[in-house]
Write a protein that binds this ligand. Structure first.
Ligand SMILES: Nc1nc2c(c(=O)[nH]1)N[C@H]1C(S)=C(S)[C@@H](COP(=O)(O)OP(=O)(O)OC[C@H]3O[C@@H](n4cnc5c(=O)[nH]c(N)nc54)[C@H](O)[C@@H]3O)O[C@H]1N2
Ligand SMILES: Nc1nc2c(c(=O)[nH]1)N[C@H]1C(S)=C(S)[C@@H](COP(=O)(O)OP(=O)(O)OC[C@H]3O[C@@H](n4cnc5c(=O)[nH]c(N)nc54)[C@H](O)[C@@H]3O)O[C@H]1N2
Ligand SMILES: [Mo]
Length: 793
């Protein structure tokens, strides 16, 4: 913080040769350390880390009290962190270290008020790191950007709504606006949001899913007729093998550790498929068993580590299928579930033909796992009757993410591992309500049936053409085709690829509107006019004309339940997301017949409408209040597949052609540290990877370092090669030795988003390929010698 420093923005981008980069966490002190992390995941280290974050958040006692009722059956609010489900048996205390950090961060007092903004012009704030921006506290009142003083100034809610309404009504076409969401928004607010946007006349509803699990949703839809996973926690209790692919569970879904530990105790096989050896694949102390914590009892987690190369998962899975087909051909009648295949699937012969024709040499080369290793995995799969395959971003943020997810389904189908107890596909969703956002209508490619129902029930005429996703929106802003940008939560300026290009797009807008809880980069990278509208968070008490209001979310396993915030709002000027949406909608659509104010007064009325529009939400108000809510019916779980053939579909994608980055180059995955939630950075530490005090790092395999003459913590420059032939750079990062597959590298998002070009998005899913960047890492200051070369996609 401190004095304005124009240089700071560039130092955060790491874009100046010979200058040390700052990163997005607290200002680096220059002191950093690395040790092998030999302690179990979670446990006392977790407790200590929570204490530090609570202390920094300023209200430890209040914080702790709130946390004790979080995720609990009798009242309490839903954890604002990840989407892992609550324990329906109530036997496990469902809080985790990172959920606590997250809630405590949200519970911070309001300090980002008018006084704060008056004394800190935007050009000064732009030099603060992202950690310091959020650390200011909760946003306290509506603000409008004043160009003359370069500050945000208070504005009344009515004037703010009027500004939004006028700007939107002044556009030549509704498609000149885009409406972003991050996966925090409640189901009720989501429904109002998309209703407003579609009544206004566009499907430009980009959301964080476009960068997250878009590939999973599309692949599952094509394969099993539903974009969601089929398993629930009961299945997690029954499985005799669980595969975790491309997921850093110990940091990003810590409550999963309980279930992994229990699975391990009952003898289930746990398989970790990841180019990095992550903490959950070693040992854990189940985070919720405080007695165990006291006695330092640890549970072994992880019985098999398969260190696939980046982008090699499809080849690995296909190798497993090949081994099964070979066993079947050799007379092993139990290798495949022929009965299931005949009754419930379509396209089997084509898939078998493709797999049998693929030589082992290709599969081992592309996966980075030798034949013996693939066969070991296939044997283990053959021996287990109930197998869950869970996955996260390590599989989706690739050009071929959809093909890889479909290959998971192929392998599951071979042994009937779907629609059976203890088995099935399980995408580990990210944001706490990202799945509910989709269910309730945030989708730039809505289905016809949904729009028909919306039209009929709500009496509107929704547009039918597909809208823009995240990358399309950024491109359209840069061209000047999107002129108004509204954001319900999130931090697009930092979460999107190519931070420089995204900033250019946002700055070209005539108006940017951010409905947020905390100050972030997206408030500082703004349009000609800009609004910051402070909203209540899930933990805050939400009092409306109709009394205290609760909102629902859907977890990663399709459970929907209601929760009530219980903390008094930190400022009387904050409004609920539903109220803000109703205000903006009324100002935009003066002739609207939608009862916006009634909806905002009493969310039961929103739920009554939702019950008529959304499949599976019948009797919504009553069922949401059941102690554990209700599960949206998932037909694929019952082996009813709503695909064109009426069966589960095998797919026959070719092997990805992009596993080799080219001579001298590496494939780089951007990942999260333990101490961050997406663009919210709590500290510069990454406990399970043993790193302290530094985020501007590149994790590398020791041999790849040696080949380049790079030692531990040496300064390196990283150049990325985009598909469109452009290059991007960061300078002065530190190389860190790590147990990572050869030819692979990793570093942190959002710092390294600068390296991902807008052109580097999957043709299948539209997802930026942020786990698959082609890079060169060189000792700092030494130019690269490899000729530039265009790569196809
Ligand atoms: N505490 C905390 N919790 C979170 C979040 C957070 O930031 N902090 N974010 C939330 C959100 S929105 C999401 S989407 C999830 C994200 O959860 P994760 O998907 O776990 O997030 P990442 O850190 O991006 O890690 C991806 C993992 O994929 C691995 N990987 C990279 N490339 C490949 C590959 O080619 N193949 C395979 N098999 N693995 C690969 C990496 O080594 C890493 O372990 O977590 C959610 N929960
Ligand atoms: N390179 C790279 N880039 C990535 C990824 C990656 O793995 N690598 N991951 C991608 C993924 S999976 C995701 S999900 C996106 C995340 O992208 P986003 O969802 O856009 O980003 P967040 O960091 O989760 O947003 C944090 C901000 O949300 C606001 N906020 C928090 N709680 C609330 C609330 O209750 N209501 C409202 N209205 N606002 C709130 C706060 O102001 C906070 O600053 O990033 C993507 N970007
Ligand atoms: Mo995500």
């Amino acid at each position: 913080m401190g004095a304005p420093d124009g240089n700071r923005e560039e130092r955060m981008l790491g874009s100046t040769p010979g200058t040390r980069p700052l990163g997005r966490g607290p200002m680096p002190t220059g002191h950093h350390t690395r040790h092998e992390y030999n302690h179990p995941a979670a446990g006392w280290g977790a407790a200590r880390s929570v204490g530090q974050v609570l202390a920094r958040a300023g209200e430890p006692v209040e914080g702790f009290r709130a946390l004790l009722v979080m995720n609990q059956e009798d009242g309490g609010f839903d954890c604002p962190g990840c989407a892992w489900p609550d324990d329906p048996s109530g036997l496990r205390l469902d809080v985790c270290e990172n959920g606590i950090k997250h809630a405590a961060w949200e519970l911070a007092p309001s300090r980002a008020d008018a006084g704060f903004f008056a004394s800190h012009p935007v050009r000064e704030l732009a030099g603060w790191t992202d950690h310091h921006l959020e650390a200011v506290g909760r946003l306290a009142e509506p603000l409008s950007y004043d160009p003359a003083s370069d500050t945000y100034r208070p504005i009344s809610w009515d004037d703010a709504f009027a500004m939004v309404g006028e700007a939107l009504r002044g556009l030549d076409s509704p498609d000149q606006a885009a409406f972003y969401t991050s996966g925090r928004l409640s189901n009720e607010a989501t429904f109002l949001y998309q209703l407003w946007v579609r009544e206004f006349g566009t499907n430009n509803l980009p959301d964080c899913s476009n960068m997250c699990h878009e590939a999973s949703g599309r692949a599952l839809n094509a394969a099993i007729g539903s974009g969601k996973g089929t398993v629930d926690l009961y299945d997690w209790e029954q499985a005799d093998a669980i595969w975790l692919m491309g997921d850093n569970a110990a940091s990003n879904a810590p409550r999963m550790l309980t279930w992994l530990a229990e699975a391990d105790q009952r003898g289930a096989e746990l398989v970790h498929i990841n180019p990095l050896i992550e903490a959950a694949s070693r040992r854990t102390i189940v985070p919720h068993e405080f007695v165990d914590m006291a006695t330092f009892h640890t549970t072994r987690i992880g019985t098999m580590n398969v260190q696939v190369r980046i982008g090699g998962d499809l080849a690995l899975l296909r190798g497993v299928a090949k081994a099964l087909f070979e066993a079947d051909a050799a007379g092993d009648t139990g290798a495949l579930d022929h009965d299931f295949i005949a009754r419930h699937t379509h396209g089997f012969d084509g898939y078998r033909g493709l797999v049998e024709a693929t030589p082992w040499a290709e599969l081992t080369h592309d996966s980075g796992i030798d034949q013996a290793g693939i066969r070991r995995l296939a044997d283990s799969y053959r021996r287990r009757d109930r197998v869950i395959v869970a996955w996260c971003l390590g599989l989706t943020q690739h050009e071929h993410g959809m093909d890889t997810v479909r290959e998971i389904v192929n392998v599951l189908l071979l042994r009937g591992n779907i629609g059976r107890e203890g088995a099935g596909p399980c995408p580990v969703r990210g944001h706490s309500n990202v799945q509910g956002n989709r269910t309730c209508g945030v989708n730039h490619r809505p289905e016809k049936a949904f729009l028909d129902r919306l039209a009929e029930v709500c009496g509107i005429d929704p547009p039918r053409e597909h809208g823009l996703g995240v990358v399309g929106t950024v491109e359209a802003m840069r061209r000047g085709d999107v002129r108004v940008f509204v954001s319900l939560g999130g931090n697009l300026a930092l979460a999107a690829p190519d931070l420089v290009a995204t900033a250019e797009g946002l700055r070209r807008c005539e108006l940017t509107v951010q409905v947020s809880t905390k100050l972030n980069r997206s408030h500082l990278v703004h349009g000609g006019r800009a609004l910051i509208l402070p909203c209540l968070a899930r933990s805050d008490r939400d009092e409306q004309a109709g009394g205290p209001q609760g909102v629902t979310v859907e977890d990663a396993m399709s459970m929907v339940h209601i929760s009530y915030g219980m903390k008094d709002p930190t400022s009387p000027h904050q409004r609920s997301e539903c109220a803000i949406l109703a205000g903006m909608a009324r100002a935009t659509l003066p002739a609207s017949r939608t009862p916006w104010q009634d909806y905002a007064d009493d969310y039961d009325r929103i739920r009554d409408t939702m019950a008529r529009v959304l499949d599976g939400f019948e009797d919504f108000n009553r069922r949401a209040r059941h102690p554990h809510g209700f599960r949206i019916r998932q037909l694929a779980r019952e082996r009813v597949f709503r695909t064109p053939s009426g069966r589960a579909e095998f797919s026959t994608a070719p092997l990805p052609d992009d596993v080799d980055p080219g001579p001298g180059r590496l494939l780089l995955a951007t990942v999260r540290s333990h101490d961050q939630f997406n663009t919210t950075i709590y500290s510069n530490d990454d406990r399970y990877r043993g790193l302290k005090g530094l985020r501007t790092v590149v994790f590398m395999n020791e041999r790849d370092m040696r080949e380049r003459g790079i030692g531990e913590f040496d300064l390196v420059d990283v150049t990325s090669y985009s598909r469109d032939g452009s290059r991007r750079h960061v300078y002065g990062y530190n190389a860190v030795r790590y147990e990572i597959a050869r030819g692979c590298a990793a570093g942190y998002m959002p710092e390294l988003n600068v390296l991902c070009g807008l052109a580097d998005a999957s043709q299948g899913s539209g997802q930026p390929v942020t786990k698959h960047l082609v890079v060169e890492v060189t000792p700092s200051g030494r130019a690269t010698h490899h000729a530039p070369e265009r790569r196809g996609s």
